[in-house]
Design a protein around this ligand. Structure first.
Ligand code: PMP
Length: 404
């Protein structure tokens, strides 16, 4: 007799939902300042540009625009995406690209097609939680690689690869979520060497690379690999969520042909293809040639917000230590040892009490155990709310330290 279980597979029945999503439900409360979500600033989302492109698409709509499309994506969008990746220094052809339903889908499909249940996926100590969730649902064993202010600690990687033999390694080299870290080029090259030597497929997730403040990040792992004659297997993905709009749910995957073939099969099973109306709209937006100017406007706007939050934290939060953000959407702040290590729920209560939501490090860790870190996002709130949030956070942290 088999043991009784509920309708869900245990993998899903036992999974916890994202604590960040739970916090987002509180973010809309009257008077709340949320430093919790990694969502773009609505004032910086291009509603006018999108509206104009949408009207253009609507005006040209025909019966055949409403037909099923290719799993790989709309030709015009693949062309425009290839041009974008070429601008980033990648040798990319439209035929080699896949359009995905957000980069989230690329993460999910890659995990499904590359990892046998029980095989290892190497990840940094702190990660984007929905990537960890996708790897868990694929049955992967998560293998931790320590991380520091410069991203994955590649000096410690070789021993881990030898001992654990992971099948793939997931990394966000530019303005990582949650650490904001940028991996220096020396580490990138060493990571590629090790990946080639140990036969580990690298999954390079780059949703934030364009959102740099003073200087663009170093070349991508995929670009460095191409320059070296592609000794390693690198699947590079990026997203239109942060540079255009998350509502479109569109991302791009550039993967070696053998891997791309598996992802296409998995995508056929998942959703056949990404929504054609969104793809048509994005293709029209890109064809208008306005992306460059849009990015030129986004970078200083996010830089100003990042600097405003950093300045306010320095003024009000003596119990936090952090590096000045260089891009992306996050400040990763270390809690002073004068503060208690609290579980995630306690930070939700803290948020309700002090009217400022922050995400504790536990939400990004593999074990979910309490960590002396907070992720503070400067992307969404208006500048005045950022200052107010830092003030409330400082007050709340001082009261925690006193009670400790
Ligand atoms: N990767 C990282 C590191 C992210 O932070 C996010 C979204 N916050 C994603 C992937 C997924 O983005 P999307 O599916 O909207 O492209």
């Amino acid at each position: 007799m088999t043991a009784a279980r509920g309708p869900l597979r245990p993998l899903y029945a036992q999974a916890s939902g994202s604590p960040i999503r739970a916090m987002l439900a509180l973010a809309g409360r009257e008077g709340m300042v949320s430093l919790a979500g990694g969502h773009p600033d609505p004032a910086l989302l291009p509603a006018d540009w999108l509206r104009e492109s949408l009207l253009e698409v609507a005006g040209q709509l025909q019966g055949r625009s409403l037909q099923y499309g290719a799993t790989e994506g709309l030709a015009a969008l693949r062309e425009a995406s290839a041009a974008l990746l070429q601008q980033r220094g990648l040798a990319a052809q439209a035929e080699g690209l896949l359009i995905t339903t957000g980069s989230q889908q690329a993460i999910d499909l890659l995990a499904r097609v590359l990892v046998e249940p029980g095989e290892g996926v190497a990840v940094e100590s702190f990660n984007y939680p929905a990537a960890l969730q996708a790897f868990r649902f694929a049955g992967a064993r998560l293998v931790e690689v320590p991380t520091d202010a410069q991203g994955m600690d590649v000096d410690r990687l070789e021993a881990i690869l030898q001992a654990e033999r992971p099948r793939m390694l997931y990394v966000v080299p530019n303005f990582a979520n949650p650490t904001g870290a940028v991996m220096p080029v020396g580490r990138r090259l060493r990571l590629l060497d090790l990946a080639a030597q140990y036969g580990v497929t690298l999954i390079e997730d780059d949703p934030y690379g364009e959102l740099w403040f003073d200087a663009a990040p170093p070349p991508s792992l995929a670009q460095l690999n191409q320059q070296a004659g592609s000794p390693a297997q690198v699947a590079y993905m990026t997203s239109y969520s942060k540079v255009v709009a998350p509502a479109l749910r569109l991302g791009v995957l550039l993967a070696p042909a053998g891997i791309a073939r598996g992802v296409v099969l998995a995508k056929q099973a998942a959703d056949v293809h990404s929504g054609s109306l969104e793809q048509l709209t994005l293709a029209a937006m890109l064809a208008s040639g306005r992306l460059g100017a849009h990015l030129d406007a986004l970078r200083p706007a996010y830089a100003a917000k990042g600097r405003a939050l950093a300045e306010a934290l320095r003024a009000h939060c003596g119990l936090l230590e952090f590096d000045e953000p260089q891009g992306g959407m996050f400040i990763w702040a270390k809690l002073s040892s004068a503060l208690p290590l609290l579980p995630t729920q306690a930070w939700v209560d803290f948020g309700l009490q002090h009217q400022v939501l922050v995400v504790p490090g536990a939400a990004f860790s593999i074990s979910g155990a309490a960590q002396p870190w907070l992720r503070l996002s400067f992307a969404n709130p208006a500048p005045e709310a950022l200052r107010q949030g830092a003030e409330r956070l400082g007050r709340g942290l001082r009261s925690l330290a006193t009670a400790h």
